[in-house]
Ligand binder design. Sequence first.
Ligand code: G3P
Ligand code: MG
Length: 235
Amino acid sequence: MKRFAHRGVMAHRPENTMSAFRLALETGADGIETDVHMTKDGVLVLIHDETLERTTDGRGQVSLYTYDELKQFNAGVRHEVEEHIPTLEELFDLVKEESVILNLEVKTDVLRYEGIESRIIESIESAGIDASRILFSSFNHETIHRLKQMRPDIEAAILLAQPLYDISGYLRFVGADSVHPHIDRITDEEVRSLQGRGIPVRPYTIKTQHQLERCMALQVDAVFVNDIEWANETT
Ligand code: G3P
Ligand code: MG
């Protein structure tokens, strides 16, 4: 079972910052999950929310700033350290020589970010990152459908926050490969049925020993955790 660092190692570093991604590499994460938004001038940036208030000292909507304006804000403010909002390109630079998988969660579930899918594909291609190291996901399944049309060879997962009737039928409809369900919104029977069809399941976000043990017993493909060392020590 692989361990993905959720927003980097957000238990110990400001989420979605270069230091959180570096700690993921240092603690042996198999994968790094991060959230992708787009600035007013089309730069792909890594931040969880559509707005700046919760994680930075900025105010307002990410999409209303150019990247030059956005990089003035401190994304480490809650940890009392200095961190900028990283670009996707910076993350690619950091992991270029590593083998870690990158789960790019495309945050089009609130704002549409016109053209974000093709920009992401261009960015992967210009960084020269191997397709096998990229895993797309989104709560917006139209985004997943578009990404799969553009690059059928790159794995793409639907994120599910709620239970869904006939998950595998729905996956075929969307053209997706795998499922990232909320850990408390999927049954053992559903996980086993998906696995029986060869569909990878990667629940999010595993925070308790009980959840981790359940995922181990089910032999899910991977889990998203806030602290890689905790996951390694607990299992
Ligand atoms: O991709 C797993 C998880 O990150 C989805 O939820 O809100 O933490 O982005 P969220
Ligand atoms: Mg996410």
